[in-house]
Design a protein around this ligand. Structure first.
Ligand code: SF4
Length: 210
């Protein structure tokens, strides 16, 4: 299947909005502050954004709390008038979906289910709040499957009736910019994706590589 240029799709959408002068409401699912930094800088003049921290995959709870507090600090220090809403810490649905898939490497089926869970929750929250669109910061990560994320978002949009904003936030040096902004704001950059399995893998890699 030919690769879709999701970065261009986003550029085209932003150009349309600019031409029309519209500024729709967007529920932006946020995985962490570093991934949100460039994404917010890139999107905030085009949308009325609500940030949604919904990550039942993250462990332990202290890590969840710290990533959330860094996200809130970032929004404050960037001077953005954006509300951050959060789902309470409840890892049960994540452990349910990960059953039998604990040993899989990143980008495998466990990750696909993990991403789908968070996108579903984001679409449901967007619907509840009456937001016109939803999307996720996750496409900024070079470790994530951008095509899967966007296809999954489109499927959930069809089912939920809430429009999905296609994206590839890596474009326009987005990932590099997120590193610069993380440095500028002194953000905590975690060394594992989020779940206990990714944490164990990261520890193993570091001990193997000294
Ligand atoms: S590695 Fe990341 S995306 Fe994959 S299951 Fe764990 S937290 Fe979710």
């Amino acid at each position: 299947m030919p690769k879709v240029n999701y970065g261009k799709m986003l550029d085209d959408r932003l150009a349309e909005l600019e031409a029309s002068g519209e500024k729709p409401t967007l529920l932006l699912h946020a995985c962490c502050a570093p991934c949100s930094s460039h994404t917010l800088e890139f999107l905030h003049s085009h949308f009325r954004i609500t940030l949604y921290f919904c990550n039942p995959n993250i462990a332990p709870e202290e890590e969840f709390d710290f990533r959330l507090s860094e996200l809130k600090r970032l929004v404050r220090e960037m001077g953005l008038d954006i509300e951050v809403i959060e789902e309470e810490y409840d890892p049960k649905p994540f452990f349910e979906l990960a059953k039998g898939l604990e040993e899989l490497p990143e980008r495998g089926e466990r990750c696909q289910r993990c991403i789908e869970l968070r996108l579903r929750m984001a679409a449901a929250k967007a619907k509840e709040l009456g937001c016109e669109l939803f999307t996720t910061t996750l496409t900024i990560s070079p470790h994530k499957d951008c095509q899967f994320i966007n296809e999954c978002g489109a499927r959930i949009a069809d089912e939920s009736g809430v429009d999905y904003l296609f994206s590839d936030f890596k474009k326009h040096e987005g990932y590099k910019r997120s590193i610069e902004l993380s440095r500028q704001y002194g953000l905590y950059r975690q060394n594992y994706c989020g779940c206990v399995y990714s944490k164990a893998n990261s520890q193993k890699d570091r001990s193997e590589n000294g």
